[in-house]
Design a protein around this ligand. Structure first.
Ligand code: NAD
Ligand code: IPM
Ligand code: MN
Length: 369
């Protein structure tokens, strides 16, 4: 038996399609690297609504908390779009993040050399790009109270969400970002809108205090979120690590994804605190969604999910060499010209999800030979 308990939640749309390729790599890891997992599979999102009556069941949340790591595909789709807000597939994912206290969401945007041409930006702007966005994931306007839709006496309707951050919430995510910066180029850019929002003022003050107290060796800068969006498209290589709130992080990471060629390339790790026994709750998922427009057609790029699996090997299981191997194999298949539609240059040949998986396994074989 293995001591690595992994819960797999394929979810909806292209989720199960890309997860199929991860299963093949897990099989390869077991056979060729003796890296075995105790696998369990569960439902989340629309699949869980259909199968269990809720976007994530209590039993699945419990399994997720008991697992050493969770790997998730994607949730959502047109079939469930008209459900009441609280019952939508996306609530399942949000509940997992909240209940597992996964406050730090690492979204690396790395432009592989072979994909420089696939980016919508000029080659010199993106070649060699390697930035890490740390998105706060369990606070801010996503979870703040009060929230809801209410009807005023005169019949006017009002939708309410609240942006709120506390000092511990800011400190814990900033700490993760400072630590990562130290292992990279030692530069951290903290992003908010302190010019308009009190929560942004607090964010800036607290990050500055933490910097002075514990991380003065790291080069810290501050930037307003709107400027950051612009700078990411103008000159993205100025950034090393970015730390920002839940909503800004959601938007800035989708923008950063396009620098790398496609949303279908971007992995992520959502991490909690290390507990007394040294365990750290963790969920890994691609940044993209369920892509209803290409579901069931074998067109999905599985690399974001495969790279999320590699992040899991690195961050949850300390298997950096095996993570490197997968990342190098991804580099090999891209260099050899294998392209799903999302990363293909117009007119070039396109491979299916499974063919990309075939190519990756072949590249792994070659690397491991
Ligand atoms: P999306 O990320 O699903 O798709 C955006 C565009 O990118 C689409 O054109 C899609 O075809 C393309 N794309 C995404 N992933 C791809 C891949 N691996 N390979 C090739 N092309 C890919 O975003 P959306 O269309 O705004 O949302 C669709 C559904 O997914 C919604 O229900 C949304 O709530 C949900 N969603 C879920 C997650 C998640 O599970 N973490 C993230 C974002 C959106
Ligand atoms: C993401 C998604 C989610 C978010 C949705 C599906 C809840 O867009 O993971 O980036 O907004 O966080
Ligand atoms: Mn998003």
């Amino acid at each position: 038996a293995s001591n690595k308990k992994l819960l797999i939640l394929p979810g909806d749309g292209i989720g199960p399609e890309v997860m199929g390729e991860v299963h093949r790599v897990i099989g390869w890891m077991d056979k060729r690297r003796a890296v075995g997992f105790e696998l369990e599979e569960g439902l989340v999102g629309g699949a869980a609504i259909d199968g269990e009556g809720a976007p994530v069941s209590d039993a699945t949340v419990e399994k997720a908390m008991a697992a050493d790591a969770v790997l998730l595909g994607a949730v959502g789709g047109p079939k469930w779009d008209d459900l009441p807000f609280q019952q939508k597939p996306e609530r399942g994912l949000l509940r997992l993040r909240k209940d597992m206290a996964l406050f730090a969401n690492l979204r690396p945007a790395l432009c592989f050399d072979a994909l420089v041409e696939a980016s919508s930006l000029k080659p010199e702007v993106v070649s060699g790009l390697d930035i890490m966005i740390v998105r706060e994931l369990t606070g801010g306007v996503y979870f703040g109270e009060p929230r809801g839709i209410e009807t005023l006496p005169d019949g006017t309707r009002r939708g309410i969400n609240t942006q709120v951050y506390t000092t511990p919430e800011i400190h814990r995510v900033a700490r993760v970002a400072f630590d990562l910066a130290r292992k990279r180029q030692n530069r951290l850019c903290s992003v908010e809108k302190a010019n308009v929002m009190e929560s942004g003022v607090l964010w800036r003050e607290e990050v500055t205090k933490l910097h002075a107290a514990e991380f003065s060796d790291v080069e810290l800068s501050h930037m307003y979120a709107d400027n950051c969006a612009m700078q990411l498209v103008r000159a993205p290589k100025q950034f090393d690590v970015i730390v920002t709130d839940n909503l800004f992080g959601d938007m800035l990471s989708d923008a950063a994804a396009m620098l790398t060629g496609s949303l279908g390339m971007l992995p992520s790790a959502s991490l909690g605190d290390v507990d007394a026994s040294g365990r750290r709750a963790a969920l890994y998922e691609p940044v993209h969604g369920s892509a209803p427009d290409i579901t069931g057609q074998g067109k999905a790029n599985p690399l974001a999910t495969l790279l999320s699996f590699a992040m899991m090997l690195r961050y949850s299981f300390d298997l950096g060499d095996d993570a490197d191997l997968i990342e190098q194999a991804v580099q090999d298949v891209l260099a050899a010209g294998h392209r799903t539609g999302d990363i293909a240059v117009p007119g070039a040949a396109v491979v299916s999800t499974a063919q990309m998986g075939d190519a990756l396994l072949a590249a792994l074989d070659k690397r491991a030979a």
